[in-house]
Design a protein around this ligand. Structure first.
Ligand code: XMP
Length: 513
């Protein structure tokens, strides 16, 4: 990729850093802390084309990102499906800890083995489903592919519907059994990637279903996936040194951490996160030191919002920090406990300290629009963690809900009553026992947004545009040269569309609920 070069000298960069420091010092001297809606980035001279910008970054000291978005360790956001897709787009997913250790390890394994190219649970339709049913279901679930396996009532493979079958079908009321192709080339369960490639190449078939000894579907290879893996055509993929997708997992403190890490390491986890609501606490610091002593693995720690906490955790060996106490869309911590610091100031202050130790920071929670990403990074973050902004995607594990004819997905706080009542992991994150729970989060739903890839395309598009306006050619430059201006309520109102009845939705702008 042709990369845009910065025109700034070291001296002008130093001046810009000093100017931003002065801005935040002035604000904090008044006892004020700012968040996303309080600020905007100022425009700088730019010779930069948004498409030539390098958005690679770091999640922790030794774990890189091809793009700086991380999916939150929440049970309505990140399980294997989300982690696989986000790693393919260049980010990383953090598998939540409301799973038992064994379940969490199984999720990590799914991500790590994904690039075997085998779709373990392919989408199947029944032979009696009509073509209309299938097409509607495909649209509803946001599938972009057209190959579906067709089974009988015993889940035995009887045929396949391909793009050609759909294209040439003129009567949508026909059943799949009347339209599907029946001469399906199959492999036995256990067929590997190269063998699958050979069979598909020889038979000129773009899909190879695997069947078990009873004729039931046991997996599916598709030619495009297999070819891409074998030809190494995976430019955006965030891969470990063995060519597997990167993935992270959340752990608790003390025994919980050790039980999980011991098993996660055997699945080659890329890093673990000691994920608590209060990262600057005895249990977290002791667990961090013990993990770093015993294992050769990156440990990221959170959450914090004060520079003193950042210093303590960096000194204790943290490889990354997660900033954010109460900014999240489902958080009530600030309201029920009265604590926390508005996010942009928290990021700036913590990142300033972490930089002295060479420790990357992740801005966790509170983002509402793509424009909040360059703001978070401009304040010093290396990456952003999103819950709400990813919870409505096809890949999130949240259930679908219909409300007044609109499709939503469930999204809940890890400290919500529902999450804490049913999960030890949630209770431990908020340091609570089994009874008399005091929730620190809410349960709700967010509009369904479709496939993650399309959603992230808009978020990254916004980041690139922001970097273009600032004049930053890469993430490190944005962290260095970004300048802020504080805005008023009138400035905020002016920033959003106003004095217009919106007649067409844009894919990157929705009024907040
Ligand atoms: P967003 O704004 O992206 O925030 O929805 C996601 C982040 O919020 C944190 N989180 C919580 N914080 N109570 C809280 O105070 C909760 O119940 C809760 N659940 C998640 C978490 O850091 C997540 O990444």
């Amino acid at each position: 990729m042709k990369q845009s070069k910065s025109v700034l000298t070291q001296e002008s960069k130093r001046k810009l850093i000093a100017k931003r420091d002065a801005f935040f010092r002035k604000v904090s001297d008044q006892g004020i802390a700012l968040t996303y809606d309080d600020v905007r980035l100022t425009t700088g001279y730019s010779a930069i084309m948004p498409d030539n910008i390098n958005i690679e970054s770091k999640f922790s000291k030794n774990v890189g990102l091809k793009m700086p978005i991380v999916s939150a360790a929440m049970d309505t956001v990140t399980e294997a499906e989300m982690a696989i897709e986000i790693a393919k787009i260049g980010g990383i997913g953090v598998i939540h800890k409301n799973f038992t250790a064994e379940e969490q390890v199984a999720q990590v394994a799914k991500v790590k083995y994904h690039l075997n190219g085998l779709i373990e649970k392919p989408i199947c339709f029944n032979e009696n489903d009509t073509i209309k049913d299938i097409l509607e279901n495909r649209k509803e679930r946001g599938f972009r592919f057209h190959s579906f396996l067709i089974t009988d009532s015993q889940q035995r493979l009887v045929g396949i519907m391909t793009k050609n079958d759909f294209d040439f079908c003129e009567d949508l009321s026909l059943k799949a059994s009347q339209v599907m192709s029946r001469n399906v080339i199959t492999g036995n369960s256990g067929v590997g990637l190269r063998e699958a490639h050979r069979i598909m190449q020889e038979s000129k078939k773009k899909a190879l279903p695997l069947i078990d000894k009873d004729g039931k579907v046991a997996g599916l290879y598709t030619f495009s996936d297999v070819k891409r893996i074998l030809s190494g055509d995976s430019k955006t993929f965030n891969l470990d040194k063995n060519g597997h997708l990167r993935v992270a997992a959340a752990v608790g403190v003390y025994d919980d951490a050790f039980e999980r890490v011991e098993q996660l390491i055997s699945e080659k986890i890329d890093l673990v996160i000691i994920d608590t609501a209060h990262g600057d606490s005895k249990g977290v610091l002791e667990t961090l030191k013990a993990l770093k002593k015993k294992y050769d693995i990156d440990v990221l720690v959170g959450n914090i919002s004060e520079p003193e906490s950042a210093e303590r955790l960096c000194r204790a060996g943290a490889d990354g920090l997660k900033i954010g106490q109460g900014p999240g869309s489902i958080c009530t911590t600030r309201i029920i406990a009265g604590i926390g610091k508005p996010q942009v100031s928290a990021i700036y202050e913590c990142a300033k300290v972490a930089a002295k130790f060479g420790v990357p920071v992740c801005a966790d929670g509170g983002l509402k629009y793509s424009g909040d990403i360059p703001i978070a990074i401009g304040a010093g973050a290396h990456s952003v963690m999103m819950g709400n902004m990813l919870a409505g995607t096809k890949e999130s594990p949240g259930e679908f809900r219909f409300h007044q004819g609109v499709q939503y997905k469930v999204y809940r706080g890890m400290g919500s009553l529902g999450a804490m009542e049913s999960n030890k992991g949630s209770r431990e994150r908020y340091n609570q026992g089994k009874n008399d729970l005091v929730p620190e989060g809410m349960e709700g739903m967010v509009p369904y947004k479709g496939p993650l890839r399309e959603v992230i395309h808009q978020y990254i598009g916004g980041l690139r545009r922001g970097m273009g306006y600032v004049g930053a050619g890469n993430i490190e430059e944005l962290r260095t040269i970004a300048q802020f201006v504080r805005i008023t309520e009138a400035g905020k109102a002016e920033s959003h569309p106003h004095d217009i009845i919106i007649t067409r939705e844009a894919p990157n702008y929705q009024k907040q609920l």
